[in-house]
Write a protein that binds this ligand. Structure first.
Ligand code: CP
Length: 311
């Protein structure tokens, strides 16, 4: 694997190899006081974030450091991007400075793909840490890792992805990865928060959350992305959204006992998900964050250290 840009097109074998490596790394580090492996010693990993982040940026930094890479964080707001430097020039500068891998978050869909083209000559790997409304592949991988831990195989499992699907790169990456791994995906959203062409995705679509909950193995609540609702579309108010698509305590009762509740964070408690549900034993929100570190370690391993890293 040279880059990780999307889960659309990521084959089951590669995805499973990353998940298995993450699992192995997790068990290797379990209970260790000093969490440090020498695997990426001498490698330089740069995170380049043009949008805010807590989980993704921090867990990539921890992942790199636990594997002994040198990790440097660049945020657009405190770099020469603020003086007008283009994305291309910024990327070429980081590669020239010695980056083996650039992890990018950017508001434009396709930014990570463009970067991988510009950095081809330098041989620098690129990881998409979220590009616009397009993809967030490491989030989907950590969600799959969490679901595998809770449910075993994903094959034949039914997963509901609920809420603002239109603006969600998390949803898009999960739709592709979960279906590649054999799960059935149902999107549950108001018509105005579904993407055009949803009928061409490997999913079924529903507008009735209460009707779907009794038959799912997991429910993935999405963040409502108010910052992307700028096109003058007809979007539900917070109250309408919460009433129809929020995971309340009453709705949690409709879920089977074994069902897992996921949320990629940051959560809008009280609107997308009730406090009590987010903090309930069914909720895997904290495990998602924990698994995010191991999954990102595994991604860095497959990009920079494994036999197939140069492919
Ligand atoms: N889930 C996720 O991408 O969270 P951050 O925006 O905090 O990185």
């Amino acid at each position: 694997m040279k880059h990780l840009l999307a889960t659309d097109g990521l084959d089951a074998e590669t995805a499973t190899a990353v998940l298995d490596t993450a699992d192995e790394l997790k068990h290797t580090l379990l209970g260790r006081e000093v969490k440090k492996l020498p695997t990426l010693r001498g490698r330089t990993v740069i995170t380049l974030f043009y949008e805010n982040s807590t989980r993704t940026r921090v867990s990539f930094e921890i992942a790199g450091k636990w594997m002994s890479a040198d990790v440097i964080n660049v945020s657009a707001s405190s770099s020469s991007v603020n003086k007008g430097e283009s994305l291309r020039d910024t990327a070429l500068t980081l590669a020239a400075a010695g980056a083996d891998c650039v992890i990018i978050r950017h508001p434009a869909s396709g930014a990570a793909h463009r970067l991988s083209g510009w950095l081809a000559e330098a041989g620098t790997s690129v990881v998409n840490a979220g590009d616009g409304t397009h993809e967030h592949p490491t989030q989907a991988l950590l969600d799959a890792a969490t679901l595998r831990e809770r449910l075993g195989s994903l094959n034949g499992r039914r997963i509901a992805i609920v809420g603002d699907v239109l603006h969600s790169r998390v949803a898009r990456s999960n739709i592709h990865l979960l279906s590649t791994l054999g799960a059935e995906v149902v999107l549950v959203a108001p018509p105005t928060l579904l993407p055009v062409g949803a009928d061409r995705l490997p999913v079924t679509v529903s507008h009735d959350l209460d009707a779907e909950l009794p038959a799912v193995d997991a429910v993935m609540m999405l963040r409502v992305q108010a910052e992307r609702m700028t096109g003058g579309g007809f979007f539900p108010s917070s109250r309408e959204y919460s009433i129809s698509y929020g995971l309340s305590e009453r709705r949690q009762e409709l879920l089977p006992d074994h069902a897992v509740v996921l949320h990629p964070g940051p959560m809008l408690r009280g609107m997308e998900i009730a406090h009590a549900v987010a903090d309930s034993p069914a909720s895997a929100v904290t495990e998602q964050v924990r698994n995010g570190v191991h999954v990102r370690m595994a991604v860095l391993y497959h990009l920079l250290a494994s036999e197939g890293a140069a492919a």
